[in-house]
Write a protein that binds this ligand. Structure first.
Ligand code: B12
Ligand code: SF4
Length: 421
């Protein structure tokens, strides 16, 4: 009887390497539900396919769960497309007669396409700690599961505290520029038309469970953390509550977070500082900053920068500019705004990744006049990375060359948490 479940991390990108938190969470949930789990982390392997084949042969698992965190590196210059590498692992495992199931952020954004291109048998979209246990029970019973399962409807147990590290060698990651992550919630209420996370259901964990997870990791000696929410401040009450509970636990940690310009408050920033936040990445685009019907404005961004400064929190801005139809004056105005308001660094991109399923994709598909600005025609039936661009990188370079605060994304393989150190 095949009993063990094999979980595989095929992510070999090491700039920086990322601990497969999603796999740890589902692995821990499976074990808590009584299943045996073996973890295969290919991040630092020189022959990932060979090791996957050898492990599948040795373990003969009930099924293999493979995480598809990234479809590609999402940045135009030096873009890396990960699907061929993931497909090789899927095929190698399937050739050993093992059923495969995918999950992860990249998979969840385009499930049908990722299944088609990788040839995997099943997939779960969204949070999967409950859905994977149901799937394992179905497989064990011999019944046929659905091909694509909705993890958002299955939901989570908000009080669940996963075992961590869960069969992953964190020391290797930390020694190679990696950082330990934690998540307080899933989903995003944002409306950014180019983003694969826009409008996904928000599900919160209980702050006490997250604080317990962090303090347990701190007791094992880990001190530096990266928040793994798409944006921390989706809901002001929740973020204040979490930061307050973490501050009260006095965990003696440092952490960094992604945030959006609103909602914010003086109280939130003061609690963030007390709980150990040292740096924030603020994501904005130059059209939204200057649009009356957007959820944020230049004034909001200015307030955000001031709050970081007053609380001695470093700030990196991720700026997307040159959006479809955006006049160059709008980019100039935005760059001037940051020159004047001065966050610690601004990473600018002028290529928009066009993901199937997003509003940007449907707005551009079939528009003959937009064809000159697209690297390939957007096509609902293909997964390969497509980018929109009308503002040449050289032009953006010239526009920002006067000020070392600006960096053009895609030429330096490091994350903001490393740049702000
Ligand atoms: C935090 C973060 C980072 C941090 C990570 C820090 C750390 N130590 O963890 C840093 C800054 C390092 C980073 C880097 C990058 N990131 Co990043 N990152 C994120 C973010 C916000 C959270 C990821 C996360 O850990 N979430 C929390 C965990 C618990 O959720 P999860 O992984 O989704 O897992 C759940 C489910 O998906 C599912 N699941 C996961 N795996 C599996 C497997 C199976 C079999 C099943 C059934 C289910 C399942 O169950 C889990 C539990 O519910 C995501 C966006 C997001 N909201 O997910 C982007 C995101 C994943 N990143 C993205 C990108 C592009 C990158 C980079 C490539 C950027 C770059 N150009 O360098 C690099 C890649 C680095 C690498 N080596 O892979 C993109 C990927 C998009 C794409 N094109 O595919 C995302 C989606 C952001 C976006 N909206 O575009 N990132
Ligand atoms: S860019 Fe940020 S705020 Fe906008 S939809 Fe994506 S994750 Fe949400």
């Amino acid at each position: 009887m095949r009993d063990t479940i094999l979980l595989i991390n095929p992510n070999t990108r090491r700039e920086p390497p990322v601990i497969p938190l999603g796999l740890e969470i589902i692995g821990s949930a499976l074990e808590r539900a009584g299943h045996n789990v073996e973890m295969l982390d290919l991040c630092f392997e020189s022959d990932p396919v060979g090791v996957a084949v050898e492990t599948a042969r040795r373990v003969r698992p009930l099924f293999a769960g493979i995480t598809a965190r990234n479809v590609d590196s999402a940045i135009f210059d030096n873009n890396e497309y990960f699907i061929p590498g993931i497909s090789k692992i899927v095929q190698a495992v399937k050739n050993e007669g093992v059923a495969t199931i995918l999950g992860g952020a990249g998979f969840s954004a385009m499930p049908e396409l990722v299944l088609k291109e990788t040839g995997a048998d099943y997939g779960i979209c969204g949070p999967s700690e409950k859905a994977i246990v149901d799937f394992a029970n179905t497989m064990k019973s011999g019944a046929a599961p659905a091909k694509i399962i909705n993890g958002w409807s299955a939901g989570i147990d908000p009080s669940f505290v996963p075992e961590r590290p869960f069969k992953i060698d964190y020391r290797k990651y930390v020694a190679n520029r990696g950082i330990v992550g934690f998540a307080t919630q899933y989903g995003c209420t944002g409306r950014c038309e180019y983003c694969i996370e826009a409008g996904t259901k928000v599900i919160h964990r209980e702050p006490a469970a997250v604080v317990r997870e962090i303090t347990d990791l701190r007791n094992l000696g880990f001190r530096d953390f990266h928040l793994c929410d798409c944006e921390f401040n989706l809901n002001l009450d929740f973020s204040e509550r979490f930061a307050g509970e973490l501050a009260a636990a006095e965990p003696d940690i440092s952490w960094v977070a992604y945030m959006k310009p609103t909602p914010v408050s003086d109280r939130l920033f003061s609690l963030m500082k007390k709980s150990g936040v040292i740096a924030v990445t603020l994501s904005v685009d130059s059209v939204a900053l200057d649009s009356p019907d957007s959820t944020y404005s230049f004034d909001d961004a200015a307030r955000f920068i001031r709050l970081c400064r007053e609380n001695d929190i470093k700030l990196a801005v991720d700026l997307l500019t040159g959006l479809p139809g955006e006049p160059v004056d709008s980019t100039v105005k935005t760059l001037d705004f940051f020159r004047k308001n001065r966050p610690d660094t601004v990473g600018a991109s002028c290529h928009v990744r066009v993901y199937p399923g997003t509003k940007t994709h449907s707005a551009l598909a079939g528009r003959g006049d937009m064809a000159p600005f697209l690297t390939r025609p957007p096509d609902d039936s293909r997964l390969y990375p497509v980018f929109y661009n009308h503002l040449p990188t050289e032009r953006l370079n010239e526009m920002t060359a006067d000020d070392p605060m600006f960096k053009i994304e895609g030429f330096e393989n490091s994350s903001n948490y490393e740049r702000l150190k």
